[in-house]
Ligand binder design. Structure first.
Ligand code: PLP
Length: 491
């Protein structure tokens, strides 16, 4: 079996081989601590400052305004908590307002929620159905107390890009600092920090290593932010700790390579995305999640109405990608980002996020299309949304049908049985459901044969659950199968 096709670049991108080589080289140099005042320390400092310039160049910033962090999560926390906590200090409660969007990354929403518990007044705006925030909607909520607006540039689930220039203009006109999480756009779309107070990004989304990122802090904003991590006063007092020289060297090179490749990257990857959507858009129920034009090139998010998300996702072992379905996870809550775009629970569950990069080929895309189409066809063919099953021409007996459940309950089952003299001769099911539900339906149909249709001896839902090895949370779906059997009546 060949290795799965990697289509999860928005989660993390493979490290560029040139970056890996550079990092190994730096590790082998035997450099000192960049903070030390001797030759080995200065050598480390030189490596870091060269990388800092490369990182800054990618976003049109000055190297002095780059603060290295452990990644975008830390950069977001520093930007948000560092700014608002500074504003809250010594202020009466609710004097500091923070504005954000409901579809932000968790590393933005969670620090914002934590600030709400500390007394900040939080405004969480809803995007429109294409995922965008209009400058008017932003302007309408800003007040004299607004201390920060924090927004994603490109959404990590959908790829929708905000109109940064227009939103920055609103903030500037009202004198409010704007923080932007550009983790999904840095190295993929042209970026310029003009008009932006702070901007976060991370190396591992653009071909660099995990565990290193940066926060750009505009000189005018420097007086309004305090550090989260204090110690030796590194990074001009904004983030203490010995700098990770090899990580930073890798980040710098990754930024330079991404910067050089930017024009070509956009065209090539956009063509791949178009090819993928062309190959999927005619499937029944396929819904594009995003904005028709304001969109990053490397992400395509599609919902499939009428098919069950977990069965769709688990039926694609040859593809490495992300899904909105909460397969077996404790929280059954599907993507809040897709829900905010107006998708219902089923559609949010049955979503696939394809994301790709420079190493992705047309053949990868074509193979992905073929795999998704095959799995979709298999599930759609089984769906109870289709006409009830018929038995072969000339089969003797009476056709019985029994149905229970609904898409929104996670399982929808219709059983068709051929009955003669009160006994089931054969039974088949149409199922919308997870793989466990489908397996249990199949078991039940097999065991219905030769049983009296009025009172078949086929065991209980709890037994079916154990037989197919389903977790206890799935008992409810087994009960739906029992209801479908109990509902069997002559059609
Ligand atoms: C990946 C990502 C992050 C988190 O970055 P880390 O470096 O892994 O902490 C934050 N925001 C967005 C939009 C991301 O895509």
């Amino acid at each position: 079996m060949s290795a799965p096709i990697y289509l999860d670049y928005a989660a993390t991108a493979p490290v560029d081989a040139r970056v890996a080589a550079r990092m190994a080289e730096v590790l082998a140099l035997g450099l000192g601590n960049a903070a030390a005042n001797h030759a080995a320390g200065r050598a480390a400092s030189d490596v870091i400052e060269q990388a800092r310039a490369e990182v800054a160049a990618l976003i049109g910033a000055s190297p002095r305004d780059i603060v290295f962090t452990s990644g975008a999560t830390e950069a977001n926390n520093l930007a948000i908590t560092g700014t608002v906590a500074a504003a809250l200090r010594g202020q009466p409660r609710a004097a500091a307002q923070v504005v954000t969007l409901s579809t932000e990354h968790k590393s933005v929403l969670e620090p914002v929620r934590a600030l709400a518990r500390r007394g900040a007044q939080v405004v969480i705006l809803q995007p429109d159905h294409e995922g965008r925030l209009s400058p008017q909607a932003l302007d309408a909520v800003l007040t004299a107390e607004t201390r920060l607006v924090t927004l994603l540039h490109v959404n990590n689930e959908t790829g929708v890009a905000q109109d940064l220039a227009a939103l920055a203009e609103v903030c500037a006109a009202r004198g409010v600092p704007l923080h932007v999480d550009a983790s999904q756009s840095a190295g993929k779309l042209p970026l310029d920090v003009a008009g932006i107070a702070m901007l976060s990004f991370t190396a591992h989304k653009l071909g660099g290593p995990q565990g290193i990122g940066a926060l750009y802090v505009a000189p005018e904003h420097r007086g309004y932010i305090e550090p989260l991590i204090v110690g030796g006063g590194h990074e001009r007092g904004l983030r203490a700790g010995t700098l990770a020289t090899h990580q930073i060297a890798g980040f710098g090179l990754a930024c330079r390579l991404a910067h050089e490749a930017l024009p070509e990257f956009g065209h090539r990857v956009f063509a791949l995305r178009e090819r993928l959507w062309r190959g999927l858009s005619d499937l029944p129920g396929a819904l594009f999640n995003g904005h028709p034009t304001r969109h990053a090139p490397h992400i395509l998010n599609v919902s499939f109405a009428g098919v069950e998300g977990e069965s769709l996702f688990l039926g694609l072992p040859g593809l490495t990608l992300s899904t909105g379905s909460a397969c077996n996870s404790a929280s059954a809550e599907p993507s809040y980002v897709l829900r905010a775009l107006g998708r219902d629970m089923q559609q949010a569950q049955a979503s696939l996020r394809f994301s790709f990069g420079s190493a992705t080929t047309e053949a990868d895309i074509d193979n992905a299309i073929a795999a998704v189409r095959a799995q979709h066809q298999a599930l759609w063919g089984l769906s109870p949304a289709r006409p009830p099953l018929e038995f072969e021409q000339g089969a003797c007996g009476v056709r019985y049908l029994g149905e229970a459940g609904a898409e929104r309950l996670g399982a929808w089952v219709r059983i068709a049985a051929l009955v003669e003299g009160g006994f089931v001769k054969t039974a088949r099911a149409q199922v919308y459901g997870c793989p466990d539900t489908r397996a249990a339906c199949q078991w039940v149909c097999q065991h219905l044969a030769d049983q009296p249709v009025a009172a078949p001896d086929i065991g209980k839902p709890e037994q079916w659950r154990t037989i197919v090895g389903a977790p206890v949370e799935k008992l409810g779906r087994m009960l739906i199968i029992e209801d479908a059997v109990g509902a069997l009546r002559p059609a």
